[in-house]
Each structure stands twice: as C-alpha cells, then as structure tokens.
Design a protein around this ligand. Structure first.
Ligand SMILES: [Zn+2]
Length: 264
C-alpha cells in the first residue's frame, strides 16, 4: 500500500507538491530553501539540483533507520528532523536536531558503518529528495559538496556531544526551554506544533515530568501551552531559563557554512 507521500508523488507534478503538503500533516510555512544547497556555488548547485525531487515530509516521516543504508537523503527545506537513540526497553532520547540547514545522515556518507540512531520528521515540512547513493557519489566527486558535508558532520558531532552532556547534567526545565528555542530558531516561528508525548521522548523523560516543567514555564509567562502547540510569549525570559547549551547550539547553528558567500 503506497504511503500518502508516494500517492502525492505519483499523482501530482513536482511543482505542485509543496502546496499540497499542507494537507498531509502539520506543515510549517518556511522558505523552500536549504542552507547547505545555498552555500554551494551556482554551477555545483545546478548540477545537484537536476537530481532533486521536491517532496512533502509530514510529521513522523522516517528519514533513516538504525543499521540500514537509507534509500534516499533529503535536503530539508522546512520542518524539523530529530535524530534519536532508542534503547531496547523503548526509552528514547534526542541526540540531534536538524532543519533546513542540513541533509540528515551525513555521518552515513563517510563509510560503510551503520549507526544505531534513527531519524524522523518531528515537525512536518518539505524537502528535496536525492538517491542516497547519488549523494554519496557527489560527496566523493565534488570537492565543494565534500567540504560542506564535512562541515555538517562536524556540526552534528558537536551537537551530539553537547546534547549528550545536556541530557545527563541539566534539569528538565532548562532543557525544555533550550529545546523550544532551538526548534523555534530552525522553523523561524514562535509557535511550535509539538505534543507532550513528543516532548517527553525528545528530552528522554516521562511525559508527566515534561508536563510539570511546561506548566512552570507557562505560569512564569514564558510560553503558552495548549495540546499540540507551544507558543513563545517572552523570548528573552525563555532564553534566561534555558541551560548554557542554548547559546552554544545557537552559535554552532549560525556559524555553519559561515565561509560560504551565497547563504540564505
Ligand atoms: Zn543543557
């Protein structure tokens, strides 16, 4: 049975798909550009764009699975993909958070080893799809693509180490504030379409603990929380409530591809 995404791809031409994406889940409005692609020179970008197909990426779309080479890679143009580590007993924690600055799975392009992480769309959006083997070929062939992917690998590695320490050392409330700000930065919106269940998974904690922490931030007037939606009411106050990882993550995010001339 084809998925909703496959159905749309089969029925509609590529040019119509982004507008149809809104019917397929929680889709965030955002410019349909990817910062990694935009950082490439026009010649390299155009040769890559010939292999790209515009696709909707509804919430929960799998991007890659543990221990398996993915069929496709996606240059995200809106929405958020979460990289999570899952334990045997079912507990999950987020170790990476990627938006339109990235093509998730850069670590998988470096060699044949398969990791234990899973990546999926946590905020629905859109992307430009390319065959995984086609992208690996470009990574090996083009020095420019190679350099940008390696920059993303470095970004992902720094994110991983920071979030691992954060998950172990910082309190749920400050991690929640950090997380809300990180997602908001990546979708360029102060309203986040997120449920308690997801929040618990991302922060590796019980749903009830997340609910209590969200209630504290709401009572303080930093955020407004309704089922399935968080709205930032006071960003400076929320930043003051976040752990020290937030400014670090913000700097990493803004410095990514900083040497490129054609960034959006
Ligand atoms: Zn932290």
């Amino acid at each position: 049975m084809p998925s909703p995404v496959e159905l749309v791809q089969a029925i509609y031409p590529a040019s119509m798909r982004p507008s149809l994406a809104i019917y397929l889940g929680r889709i965030m409005p955002a410019p349909l550009v990817n910062r990694l692609l935009s950082s490439l020179s026009p010649e390299v970008r155009q040769s890559l764009e010939r292999k790209l197909v515009s696709v909707p990426l509804p919430i929960r779309t799998p991007i890659y699975e543990p221990g398996r080479e993915p069929k496709y890679s996606y240059f995200i143009t809106s929405g958020i993909a979460s990289v999570v580590t899952e334990m045997d007993e079912g507990s999950v924690v987020e170790v990476g958070l990627l938006g339109r600055e990235a093509v998730p799975g850069s670590l998988l392009m470096l060699g044949a080893q398969q990791g234990g992480n899973r990546c999926f769309m946590q905020v629905g959006g859109t992307g430009l799809r390319i065959g995984f083997s086609d992208l690996v070929q470009e990574f090996r062939r083009s020095p420019e693509v190679h350099a940008r992917i390696l920059q993303q690998v470095q970004y992902e590695a720094f994110t991983l180490t920071q979030l691992s320490a954060c998950n172990r050392l910082h309190e749920v409330e400050e991690r929640l504030a950090r997380w809300i700000l990180m997602v908001s930065d990546r979708i360029s919106d102060d309203v986040l379409p997120i449920t308690h269940e997801f929040l618990g998974q991302m922060l590796g904690t019980r749903r009830s603990t997340v609910s209590m922490s969200a209630a504290v931030l709401q009572r303080a007037g930093f955020i407004e929380y309704q089922y399935g939606q968080i709205r930032i009411l006071d960003r400076p106050l929320l930043e003051s409530a976040a752990c020290q990882c937030y400014p670090m993550m913000k700097r990493l995010h803004s410095d990514l591809y900083a040497d490129a001339v054609s960034l959006v």
